[in-house]
Design a binder for this molecule. Structure first.
Ligand code: SF4
Length: 310
């Protein structure tokens, strides 16, 4: 079956990167809230990836287009900052290790000016790699791994069928850090619904503190068509939190954070309020910003529901 290039889903910080697909879909397609739920994982042929790198290098270095290469390659290249490469898709670290190394070696050879390669990974993908393999990937410029913790509460993780425990996710982040690769961990406000809202927030920050990552990105639960949590909601088995409850979760996390040096952000377009800053340095300012909006019940400070998106 021919490889189908996936839609571009990437962290906000990779907006100017070149999006190079290695896979499409997610190897762990069970999470009940996710747009990848039920997706079928496709592994792209390594020769196809190499051909795309060659075409990109030819275009960037000589402004020559290779016949037969899809237009999207040049469309992405035209907005590329020339520094970052983001390997698609939802968990590209699942790509077979030898092939991943071949791709990174080729990238380094053809585009030596690239500064950083980024990737989404599940904790299972990370734990499948040895420490030496992770270090080799670092040497080949894998500079940041984005991993979804979603919740630090194991009960919530079981409810949403994440398929892994918080302890395993802490171990995965530690392994990446030891390899010298930056870590960015995503959490989802509202994932425990109304019933588990407070414990979801408290357990999540407890686990994040143990991870002590370089970046934390908070998202807010959005209903995705065909995701099972959508059905749970319409059948009344899952009660979604309000905008202000999502701010309360954010406040619990920031107030109870104990990071060494972490950039914490709720800039993602799914959130009702964008708060960002370095923790612990800017904790006071971030807490004050949240409390001010919450105490005033200031709806006008929040992103309107219809503007929230993934
Ligand atoms: S949350 Fe992550 S692991 Fe789960 S289905 Fe979505 S992309 Fe895959």
């Amino acid at each position: 079956m021919a490889f189908e290039r996936p839609d571009i889903i990437r962290p906000p910080s990779e907006a100017r990167s070149y999006y190079l697909p290695l896979t499409a879909g997610c190897s762990n397609n069970t999470c009940t809230f996710c747009q990848y739920y039920g997706s079928k994982l496709q592994i792209r042929d390594v020769d196809e990836v190499i051909a795309e790198i060659n075409a990109l290098a030819m275009y960037v270095n000589n402004n020559i287009r290779i016949p037969g290469m899809p237009d999207i390659v040049y469309w992405i290249a035209s907005d590329w900052d020339g520094k970052g490469i983001f390997l698609q898709d939802a968990d590209a670290l699942v790509y077979p290790y030898d092939k991943l190394r071949t791709v990174l070696e080729h990238l380094n050879e053809k585009l030596p000016f690239v500064e950083r390669v980024a990737i989404y990974a599940t904790a299972t993908d990370i734990l499948r790699r040895t420490q030496e393999e992770l270090e080799e990937l670092r040497r080949l410029k894998l500079g940041i791994v984005y991993m979804g913790l979603e919740s630090g509460d194991d009960e919530v993780l079981r409810d949403v069928k994440k398929g892994i425990t918080s302890v395993e996710m802490i171990e995965a982040v530690n392994r990446v850090k030891i390899a010298g690769i930056l870590t960015s961990v995503m959490v989802i406000l509202g994932l425990g619904g109304v019933e588990k809202s407070e414990r979801h927030a408290r357990e999540t920050i407890r686990v994040l503190n143990e991870m002590d990552p370089d970046y934390v990105g908070a998202l807010t639960l959005l209903y995705v068509e065909n995701a099972p949590i959508m059905r749970e909601m319409t059948e009344g088995r899952f009660q979604t939190i309000s905008e202000f409850q999502s701010l309360k979760e954010l406040l619990i996390m920031i107030e109870n954070s104990d990071f060494t040096n972490c950039f914490f952000s709720s800039m993602h377009a799914s959130n009702y309020l964008a708060v960002r800053g370095k923790l612990p340095r800017e904790k006071e300012r971030m807490v004050a910003q949240l409390k001010s909006v919450m105490e005033k019940g200031d709806q006008s400070a929040l992103r309107p529901e219809s503007y929230r998106r993934l």
